[in-house]
Design a protein around this ligand. Sequence first.
Ligand code: AMP
Ligand code: ZN
Length: 140
Amino acid sequence: MSESTDCIFCMIVEGKLPSSKVYESEHVYAFLDLNPVHEGHTLIIPKKHCENIFEADPAIGADIIRAMQRVGEALKKVTGCAGVNVLQNNGRAAGQMVFHLHWHVIPRFANDGLALWPQKKYASMDAMNEMAEALRKELA
Ligand code: AMP
Ligand code: ZN
């Protein structure tokens, strides 16, 4: 079902590389990240290769959301986590290292010391509104 011969996540879907599988559905495969932020950190991927969110078939969206719900609920029960982060990187600049679309589902615990994104302020409300206006124009 996957198609990129030099992609490690395709090889995992095809069983050519080992993985610690946690969940599978028609279009989706989920397995443990080798380098977890916290134990249980799971990767959810479409079985069919695509590099990033921009290349993804929106039709798999429901299957992906369902996988996030199932895996997230399982993580809460198994690890006792109080919440989960769902993160997804697109492009090297955004921290993507494996170029087969994937979502990280990361168990989180109260006061676990992680601060995933330091936030800034807009220079002004006008600057913020200009940004929204530019995006609305692009999306119209
Ligand atoms: P990203 O930076 O979003 O591309 O994340 C790629 C993730 O894939 C990293 O967190 C790696 O630890 C993880 N990873 C890479 N190779 C494997 C593998 N063979 N099995 C499980 N996780 C992997
Ligand atoms: Zn792939």
